[in-house]
Design a protein around this ligand. Structure first.
Ligand code: CP3
Length: 345
């Protein structure tokens, strides 16, 4: 693997680096007043995502404040539903809503049989705008949701934490579930190719809800579909980061052709690295709530996190989950500066 000009990519490929790179999940988000102002100007979250100038603008906002080591495309894992003609809307405090969720064969039959990726062409424009702004100084992470994680929203129709409909479908109608997963996989392959063609430097697959499934079902309903997407990108040489909030099920990941595993705060970075036999770099995993503490506590916890990874390369510093609206922006500045200073090799 030849060296990249980007620290993030070199750490993902476990090459020599002089410090640990850092970026933050949801780094463009509601904890930043300039994000809220731009979202209001756009007329809401979905209008913001569909506006390539303003989506680029919010992608760049955290990079102007902090010396982060990567940009991440501003979008959402659920935009893939545009290809299924499923109308996605977001409600303040409730999150994503599909008014016509897929719960029966008849619901599925109403969706288009041919998927048209050009419905997501606004994302191409956003990526081009961001790449122009970044001017190769920083890499851009593109992303999708795993078919399983996207399916939980298409089936539930909202952001429930009960997952009643999807759990029922796993038990009593797995063949319908498989058809839904196949549709999302097909759309995701086209969508990922489009992101890569437009210049993303790495791809992250959010399998946030992979941990809901038993070991056997995780393989059957989540990883097997992710594997198809990964194989379709193989020739493009873009590194893939897999993320799940799971606390278990990690053994199953060993067969995936990925470069990095993103883990939540319950897990130990160094142990995970050893567990995967250094096959994958590890991304994570400071608990976001630490950023509500004072600076000396934050510093102690950063040191503790860095110390759990006593290896030369292969760690990408991040939070264990996305940053929440209740974090003060100054705490993020402190975090980024301290990680850079404390991780010098
Ligand atoms: O990380 C980034 O900065 C890139 C943009 C990004 C967003 N969502 C923007 C967003 C990414 C990578 C996502 C991923 C995503 N979206 C996931 C997987 C990661 C995770 O958080 O577990 C999921 C499950 C979704 C679906 C989704 N989007 C939900 C459930 C919600 C509501 C909950 C919440 O945090 O608000 C969203 C909304 C969302 N996605 C916001 C942002 C900035 C907040 C929208 C707002 O401004 O009101």
């Amino acid at each position: 693997m030849s060296r990249s000009k980007h620290l993030l990519i070199n750490s993902i490929y476990q090459q020599n680096i002089d410090r640990t790179p850092i970026w933050i999940m949801r780094q463009a988000g509601r904890y930043l007043p300039e994000y809220i102002a731009t979202k209001n100007r756009a007329g809401g979250f979905m209008s913001l995502i569909r506006n390539p100038e303003l989506a680029c603008e919010v992608t760049m906002q955290p990079l102007r404040r902090y010396s982060l080591d990567s940009a991440i495309l501003f979008s959402d894992i659920l935009v893939v539903a545009d290809m299924f003609n499923m109308d996605l809307r977001f409600e303040e405090k409730k999150g994503p809503i599909f008014d016509n969720p897929i719960r029966t064969e008849a619901d599925l039959k109403k969706l288009p049989s041919q998927l048209d990726v050009s419905k997501l062409s606004y994302v191409n424009e956003t990526i081009k705008n961001i790449k122009g702004e970044l001017n190769e100084l920083l890499p851009l992470i593109g992303f999708i949701g795993s078919p399983w994680t996207v399916a939980t929203y298409l089936i539930e129709g909202n952001s429930t934490k009960q997952f009643a409909y999807v759990n029922e479908m796993v038990k009593s109608n797995p063949s319908l579930l498989v058809k839904i997963l196949e549709m999302i996989t097909k759309g995701s392959i086209d969508y990922v190719k489009q992101q890569i063609e437009n210049g993303v430097d790495a791809l992250m697959i959010f399998d946030t809800w992979g941990g809901l499934l038993s070991k056997e079902n995780y393989e059957k309903f989540s990883l097997s579909f992710i594997q198809k997407i990964i194989l379709s990108t193989k020739k493009d040489g873009v590194p893939i980061i897999y993320y799940s909030r799971s606390k278990s099920n990690f053994a199953e990941l060993k067969k995936l052709d990925i470069s990095c595993v993103g883990i939540s705060s319950e897990n130990n970075l160094g142990e995970m690295y050893k567990f995967f036999d250094k096959k994958f770099a590890i991304q994570g995993n400071l608990d976001v709530d630490i950023l509500k503490e004072d600076e000396s506590t934050i510093k102690k916890e950063i040191t503790k996190t860095l110390d759990t990874f006593p290896f030369k390369s292969g760690h990408i510093f991040n939070l264990g989950t996305g940053i929440t609206p209740d974090i003060h922006p100054d705490k993020v500045a402190y975090l980024v500066d301290q990680v850079k200073e404390l991780s010098i090799k």
